[in-house]
Design a protein around this ligand. Structure first.
Ligand code: ATP
Ligand code: MN
Length: 477
């Protein structure tokens, strides 16, 4: 095809010169002004059509959604709203679009409606901005770790282990479900399955990352993870992406520092690289907030909220300290929490996490040293035998964005904990080997990528920050 200039580049190009652009028509006003978008940036290019000298049949085909190619001359714009415009000299229709039935009309559509046409929502300003920011964050994450000499590990997606020792996994099988091979005792004969054993989609790459860290020292994974939990919330997906750094010769404090540095770096990265998209999403949010009652409106705009997180050191406190705050909090005393906090040991719900962040401290919070009963088997036991060296990073509007810990590196203690939690040690001998052969203190965490994108874009439903969301009852596209 002919060489095209991206619209983003065109805005910075010399005027009084010839260019070719290709893209999709957003609107066509008065048979004269085409607003053209090619996804390279938020702004549309205005192309001016000489309608008196343009074939009427061609003009009719310039409809919202049509793909077109324009050759023309770039000039300084007379009109308001743009600095340059393209004087169209020839227009070619690349792909017609029947505007009568095209689902994306040039008007405001609800996010719920756009979710149903996720295959087309990339073509809206909001979603193109979200997915450009998602890309910038992906790139920023690799840059952050690469600059610090971390090695990216591709952990397996099909796994024979269950990292958390809990259910909620998707099974992977090629067995004929209408004719399942059985053992004599009636149980399923997995020896006949593809891998010769029962396998699942991974819920986390952490255990494999630990193996890497105990040789390469600083590693991270960035891959898809799957959870078959039936939680139809605005913060959970069945398929989501996770970033899991794992560091040898590191303790819980190093882990907290890494998490805080990384989050601040990424927020700054987006402020530096996605200014136009952020400004657009901020405006969108302001409009949306206007629909809410005054008391529920957020005190800060999107960009203020992002900058605010950069300026403050995150508040660090223990679970035990947090429970005291929550127990004595007004919403707890007034019975406003759905899950009242009455005693030490309670698992914290999103409502509690958000109270701490948004009402009490008014900044991101890192909670540490949780009761062992509510955390995974691999977290390092504290000397009191009651708590473990866990850390959760809590963010405004989101709740938990990161979960991590210093790992239990002592063989005997790890084995004991696995027995207590009924985790079959025989199947995990490869994991235990790291504690047998040159074990060292190490720590790591998991950042839910979509929760970060949610925070940075100011969107409120996680289904709107991944191109094709998977959740209970839905795996479209
Ligand atoms: P939550 O209590 O919010 O369900 P979790 O304790 O199950 O989180 P972890 O197992 O610690 O979460 O996973 C690490 C991170 O992955 C979380 O901090 C969160 O950001 C993200 N995460 C967990 N589950 C989901 C999910 N279903 N969809 C999207 N992100 C998730
Ligand atoms: Mn969960």
């Amino acid at each position: 095809m002919a060489r095209r200039t991206r619209i983003k580049d065109l805005f910075k190009s010399e005027t009084e010169a010839q260019y070719t652009v290709m893209g999709w028509v957003r609107t066509f006003r008065n048979n004269q002004f085409i607003a053209l978008n090619d996804g390279s940036c938020l702004a549309n290019l205005q192309a001016v059509v000489d309608f008196e000298n343009t074939d009427a049949a061609l003009l009719k085909r310039i409809t919202t959604g049509a793909a077109i190619k324009i050759d023309g001359k770039l000039v300084a714009s007379q009109g308001k709203g743009q600095t340059v415009e393209l004087i169209a000299q020839s227009i070619e229709i690349l792909g017609d679009c029947d505007a009568e039935i095209y689902p994306l009309q040039p008007k405001k559509h609800s996010l719920e409606f756009l979710r149903e046409i996720a295959h087309l929502r990339f073509r809206t300003g909001t979603f193109s901005a979200i997915f450009r920011i998602r890309h910038a964050l992906t790139f920023g994450i690799h840059k952050f770790f690469n600059d610090r000499n971390f090695v990216n590990i591709h952990s397996p997606i099909v796994t024979g282990s269950d990292a958390e020792g809990a259910g909620e996994m998707f099974q992977v099988t090629t067995l004929d479900l209408n004719n399942i091979p059985r053992n004599e005792d009636g149980s399923i004969n997995y020896k006949k399955d593809f891998f010769g054993k029962q396998t699942n989609l991974t819920v986390s790459g952490q255990l494999e990352a630990e193996l890497g860290a105990l040789a390469l020292c600083d590693v991270y994974t960035f891959g898809p993870t799957f959870r078959a939990e039936n939680s139809n919330t605005s913060r959970h997906l069945a398929e989501f992406w996770m970033i899991e750094p794992e560091v040898a010769f590191a303790d819980l404090h190093d882990n907290m520092d890494l998490a805080e540095d990384m989050l601040k770096y990424l927020i700054q990265y987006v402020l530096d690289h996605c200014a136009e998209d952020l400004a657009f999403l901020e405006q969108r949010l302001i409009e949306e907030e206007k629909q809410k009652p005054l008391a529920e409106r957020s005190e800060m705009s999107l960009i203020e909220k992002l900058s605010f997180c950069l300026e403050q050191p995150f508040e660090r406190l223990t679970y035990t300290e947090a429970i005291e705050i929550l127990k004595n909090s007004t919403p707890n005393k007034k019975g406003k929490f759905q899950f009242p906090i009455d005693k030490w040991g309670a698992d914290l719900q999103s409502e509690h996490e958000r109270y701490l962040v948004e009402k009490h401290f008014k900044k991101p919070v890192i909670l540490t040293n949780y009761p062992k009963e509510i955390k995974a088997f691999y977290m390092r036991m504290d000397d009191d035998g009651k708590t473990v060296r866990a850390m959760d990073v809590l963010f405004p509007g989101i709740g938990e964005i990161i979960g991590g810990s210093q790992r239990e590196e002592r063989y005997d203690k790890l084995l004991k904990r696995m027995e207590e939690m009924h985790i079959p040690a025989e199947e995990m001998s490869w994991f235990l080997d790291t504690r047998r052969y040159g074990t060292v203190p190490h720590a790591g965490f998991g950042l839910g990528f979509e929760r970060l994108v949610l925070f940075v874009t100011g969107m409120s439903n996680i289904r709107d920050v991944i191109p094709f969301p998977r959740f209970p009852g839905s795996a479209e596209f």
